[in-house]
Design a protein around this ligand. Sequence first.
Ligand code: ADP
Ligand code: ASP
Ligand code: MG
Length: 416
Amino acid sequence: MRIFKFGGASVKDAAGVKNLVKVLQHKGYTDTLVVVSAMGKMTNAFEKVIKAYIEKDKNLDTQIAQIKKYHTQIIGDLFTDRNHPILFEIEHIFGLLKGFMLANRSTNYNFIYDQLVGFGEMLSTKIISNYLNEIGVDNQWLDVRQVIVTSDDYRDAKVDWDETKYRISNAITKGQLYITQGFLGATKDNFTTTLGREGSDYTAAIFAYSLNAADVTIWKDVQGVLNADPREFKDTKLLNQISYKEAIEMAFYGASVIHPKTLKPLENSSIPLYVRSFIDLKLEGTQVKKGEDVVPLVPCFVVKKEQIYLQISALDFSFMVEHNIGNLFQLLDRYKLKVNLIQNSALSFRVCLEDKYTNFEAFIEEIRTHYRVEYSENVTLFTIRHFTEEAVNEVEKDKEIVLKQISESTIQLIVK
Ligand code: ADP
Ligand code: ASP
Ligand code: MG
């Protein structure tokens, strides 16, 4: 079994869907499971719909209509039959969306988010699966929520590995092509959950692990894993091969090319991961597998924006040691603040964090009663793996450095 993952950028329009077919035809598609994200920027569009629904914004219907128009346009470009059953399937999906909105009584934002945001993946996979069948590429559409079982930590659901593995192995038969949704799972009670933004890569790894797949390929709009994000840096270099450990470090520090949770399940079963271009199929891309850290060995840059730099000291005479730090970490965990760097001295605890779930204000309010707190929002965290003096100079040029931390192969800089 091989697992392919196509992200939103690869299926943003009809041409993208046709290109997906080209990739399948080029690589062969028996014993293949294809994980697909929502088309283009549809997850962002659904996030806006969710906000409008919760805030009872009058633009809600217009926003839903725009999403519908976007998908019907793609369907119009792909299918010649103006009464093709896909149109009824799409109507049905929008019916379910409206049905949930009318029936819902919950005020839990994360729960509502997960019940609605996944419609993006439902729409994309329905369109792609129907199109493939239409042109003779026979496939099965699989509802991922039937097989990936998770906790009810909405927007950050944890996988129940045993149950998931059991269900996946039972659902998949040999010799077939499957099309399924990335990003989603469901609780045992059948409520939809999500694995975190950009989580479709992780879905691919969950299937690979559960099926002991031969390999996973993530098809991208870049050549492979580069030594920096090409949107942020000029003259980036392709990394031909990296180890799981290196990929985990890069993804964890924020290289958005692979979702950080993707790598552990693959490493555990030694399943190779290929990151390749969906534009130029001749390029070999990057192999992530056991072996050397990085080939070629060059400095790798990771940029994380919209970070918060926080300095905390005690209001009483105590030092910032075990007791206080233990207490702070419990709170950071409770408020789901992601810690990307820490530095500590006797009197002050400094931390660089990310407020993915908009909890920072509540967190600060709680700690202010016990600690003196100072913070700067909107700082940037640069991480350089395998750094050289030249690489550090390049990052430091023209910037105000707030904090610098060096370890064996990694340097991190917080800059304003
Ligand atoms: P997908 O639609 O498949 O999820 P994304 O747009 O999320 O794709 O990810 C691909 C983008 O990741 C690239 O276009 C690139 O700008 C960015 N990126 C960030 N860091 C890297 C890196 N180290 N190597 C390659 N691409 C990177
Ligand atoms: N569609 C989801 C997102 O945009 C998941 C993914 O693309 O990986 O976050
Ligand atoms: Mg993505």
